[in-house]
Design a protein around this ligand. Sequence first.
Ligand code: PMP
Length: 297
Amino acid sequence: MYFNNNTIVFLDGNFIKADQATCSIYAQSLHYGFAAFEGIRSYTTPAGTRIFKAKEHYERLHYSCQAVGLPLAYSVEEMTDLTYRLLEKNHFTDAYIRPLVYAGEPNMGIKTPATSNLFIAAWEWGKYLGDQCLRLMVSPYERPNPKSVPIEAKISGHYPNSIIASSDAKAKGYDEALLLDMNGFVAEGPGSNFFFEKGGELYTAPAGSILKGITRSTVIDLAREAGIKVHERFFRPEELQEAEGAFLTGTAAEVIGVSSIDSHVFEKPFSDTIGAALAAQYSALVTGRSVTSVLPV
Ligand code: PMP
């Protein structure tokens, strides 16, 4: 699914066949999760293939590396250019793009490495959480304490938390987890940000215990442009009992509706919510179509 015999990837300065890209089993990143990555999408637009917010994603990759002390030898512009070349070589238009900065040298020490490797792969991937509205479960697993790791950095080692929470929710019959922060406030999904709707306004967790999603900020901009108030503030799961709708946002998932949180089922169909209108607007924006949908205010 991620590659076949013809797939080309970028690894350390060269475009090579995916099945020839290798990594040492002694790599520091593999043992300690010490690596930074991004998840980016490209879309077919009237102006050709366009990577959505490439600059923001590669700037975040730089921030992530710098936050933990991983060297990154490529500029935002170089990585953007390499990604367009990668898409061309694979004849991709609508693709998911995964850059990974990792410490590939054999190194069992726990000191930041002097060098790093850059891998960029792309594949064709549908919406990560599908098209159906999701039944969320407030997870017993909390987001990592931001005083122990730079939580706004997209670091591989933060993701066991996501994998454990998501798998636990699925094992209990839900579609996805909703994680709280260390103070019991709602933070985000395992790979997405969370919004809820109440009285024609939107609420989402503030920066602090979340990955500040690029989709999150895009959706906030779209809502505010349409005159919808968006509150970035702390809220507890009990407040969700008053929510009239909710949705998750992320590059891979895009904007996906939520139908219930624990036993609280939303009465209003998702199609009648602000989230559904924003999902349509987001889709129009990333594909370079004119935004025609009118938000239900
Ligand atoms: N939170 C987490 C934990 C994530 O992994 C992601 C996906 N990168 C997001 C939020 C959404 O971020 P973005 O919109 O930038 O993809």
